[in-house]
Design a protein around this ligand. Structure first.
Ligand code: UP6
Length: 274
């Protein structure tokens, strides 16, 4: 796990979006990503507005909204400006390169227009990372690239019996190293920077961002295989950003809850960099 403060990483990072992300974390003193898994636009925008001051990133599953319209994503974009947070669409792209390019840029969801961060599985192989990187480097992507866009590789999962282990995880690191123009880091449960395969070895100066899901202060898991850990343990294992969904939005008072995750996540970060 990185022992460097966010502010230092913000200064040195080659990726514009990562610089913004670390600068937000430092300015707002938060490493919380809220997973806003609600199903109406009103609930989503309400949460974004109330939790906005306490989060670095808001994670969406845009396809679970029952009333998705352009007002949903323009509303989100306005709140991201107002409260200075980034938007992460947790679409988990997982298909051949030609298909994911169309799913990401254009299409029904127009994800590239409003989501700063996206993620993909590497189950299809290297081509998915190559394809998304190519799209992000294309001419008609320039306005979004200028704002900052980045890809996280889903290198591990939190669900019981996850098959995203071993070679799958090692290859995730290989592909991240090969496509550093667009890959900003991983969704995973620990720091992966020591991970090495025979194909690719660690590159000097690399600084991948670690997002860890499955963070909850009140529960050990759910009835469908989700497994939780605390902010403290996630950050100690290498999380730069902790992702919490139900622990925050389903709490009796989501604002009180997000403040607790913010406080504990930040405390754990301070201990790590001390
Ligand atoms: N998520 C996981 N585990 C993973 C990858 N992604 O839980 O390995 C996502 C889920 C959900 C959020 O899709 O949006 O993180 C977790 O929500 P929760 O905190 O309510 O369990």
């Amino acid at each position: 796990s990185s022992k460097l403060p966010y502010g230092v990483r913000a200064k040195n990072h080659p990726n514009l979006l990562v610089r913004k992300l670390f600068a937000i974390a430092e300015a707002k003193q938060t490493n919380v990503t809220v997973s806003a898994d609600v199903t109406t636009t009103k609930e989503l925008l309400d949460l974004a507005d109330r939790l906005g001051p306490h989060i670095a990133v808001l994670k969406t599953h845009i396809d679970i909204l029952s009333d998705l319209s352009p007002a949903t994503t323009t509303g989100l974009a306005q709140l991201a400006e107002k409260h200075n947070f980034l938007i992460f669409e947790d679409r988990k792209f997982i298909d051949i390169g030609n298909t994911v390019q169309k799913q990401y840029h254009g299409g029904a969801l127009r994800i590239s227009e409003w989501a700063h961060i996206i993620n993909c599985s590497i189950l299809p192989g290297e081509g998915i990372v190559q394809a998304l990187t190519q799209t992000a480097a294309s001419n008609d992507f320039l306005p979004y690239a200028a704002e900052g866009r980045g890809l996280l590789i889903l290198a591990e999962m939190t669900s019981k019996g996850s098959l995203a282990t071993g070679t799958y995880t090692t290859r995730s690191v290989d592909y991240a190293r090969r496509y550093r123009q667009f890959v900003m880091g991983f969704v995973c449960n620990r720091s992966l920077s020591a991970e090495q395969s025979t194909e690719t070895s660690r590159e000097d100066g690399e600084d991948f961002v670690v997002f860890t899901t499955g963070v909850n202060l009140a529960s050990a898991g759910d009835a469908l295989g989700q497994q939780y850990q605390t902010p403290q343990s996630a950050v100690a294992r290498g999380a730069d950003f902790i992702i919490a969904g139900r622990g925050i939005y389903a709490a009796p008072d989501p604002v009180e809850a997000v403040r607790r995750y913010q406080q504990q996540g930040w405390q754990a970060y301070l201990e790590r960099v001390a």
